[in-house]
Design a protein around this ligand. Structure first.
Ligand SMILES: NC(=O)c1ccc[n+]([C@@H]2O[C@H](COP(=O)([O-])OP(=O)(O)OC[C@H]3O[C@@H](n4cnc5c(N)ncnc54)[C@H](OP(=O)(O)O)[C@@H]3O)[C@@H](O)[C@H]2O)c1
Length: 283
């Protein structure tokens, strides 16, 4: 049994990771800036502590008595004025500093698949600059670089519900997206594992066009897919960056993801069709 701090438990992956650490017999302390978001999970957590990782003073004791820190904290949607740099890099660095002082033995961190090759994207740069700090810290670590999560594949499902799916580029590139529960298994395996850099994706390799078709099929809609040409996306990204830098960076990331191969080591058992069918039943 290890004492694990889960930072990011209010998010998609962090919630599954907290449950998986607990299921395997570990003690789980969850860090949240809005602890009420964890009400649904509190029976499966040993402790909940309140703190905001961009404010070092608020987290100074969170690692006391902790053996392993897991962090899936990252800015995935636009919230307030914080940047990727503020949260993904500096916030996680604040947490690393607290962990180091408290004598934590291992830090498990979630970056992005292919991260080291995409330094021009602000979101990826922030993640990978933190990874560099983690490697230099001398602490034992595991960096997990997953492909797209099923939560993000929900965007295709939502568009399909409205009758048309928009793709950035032709949609011929492949990805093996992964369910949070499957990825959580891999994250908890990393606790005992020796591997320090882990690329991981889900069990099915599909093109973005196939994902769009699947979403439309499960929604019971005719196949209507529109490809936005890459040159047009570049113009849209440049214009968006002028008015909303953060949104522009997110669009740049999504366009790069959809126009490059995103296939990592295959793992897991949950399929996207099952996921979309569950979404359909619950709406
Ligand atoms: N989604 C994907 O397809 C994908 C693919 C590869 C890698 N990743 C990376 O994996 C990580 C987890 O993704 P996810 O989909 O689980 O994200 P998510 O659902 O948005 O969860 C993000 C977590 O970070 C926390 N957070 C954000 N800003 C914070 C701040 N300023 N202070 C404290 N906590 C903060 C959130 O807390 P609140 O609930 O309080 O906001 C939440 O717990 C991210 O770093 C993401 O970049 C995601």
């Amino acid at each position: 049994m290890r004492k694990v701090l889960v930072a990011g438990a209010t998010g998609y992956l962090g919630g599954f990771a907290a449950k998986e650490f607990k299921r395997r017999g570990h003690f789980v302390r969850a860090l949240a800036r809005a602890p009420r978001k964890l009400d649904y999970l509190k029976d499966q957590l040993d402790e909940i502590v309140e703190g905001e990782i961009t404010l070092p003073e608020s987290i100074k004791n969170v690692c006391d008595g902790i053996d392993v820190v897991f962090s899936s904290v990252g800015l995935t949607k636009q919230k307030g004025n914080l940047s990727f740099r503020d949260v993904d890099y500096q916030g996680n660095l604040n947490l690393l500093e607290v962990a180091r002082k408290a004598g934590v033995r291992k830090f498990i961190y979630i970056s992005v698949f292919n991260g080291p090759n995409l330094p021009h994207l602000a979101i990826v740069r922030a993640h990978e600059d933190f990874v560099d700090e983690l490697k230099a810290s001398g602490m034992n670590y595991a960096v997990i670089r997953p492909t797209g999560f099923f939560s993000d594949m929900g965007q295709f499902f939502d568009m399909a519900g409205k009758g048309r799916v928009y793709l950035f580029g032709p949609g011929n590139n492949r990805i093996n997206p992964i369910h949070g529960a499957d990825l959580a298994v891999c994250c908890v395996d990393a606790l005992e594992g020796e591997k320090q850099e882990i690329d991981v994706g889900g069990p099915e390799v599909m093109t973005y066009r196939e994902i769009a078709r699947l979403a439309l099929e499960v929604q019971g809609k005719r196949v209507r897919i529109t490809s936005v040409p890459v040159w047009l996306m570049r113009l849209i990204i440049a214009a968006t960056r002028i008015f909303n830098k953060h949104q522009g960076e997110l669009l740049a990331f999504l366009t790069t993801a959809m126009t490059s191969e995103g296939v990592a080591q295959v793992t897991g058992i949950r399929t996207l069709k099952e996921h979309y069918s569950t979404l359909k039943e619950n709406r």
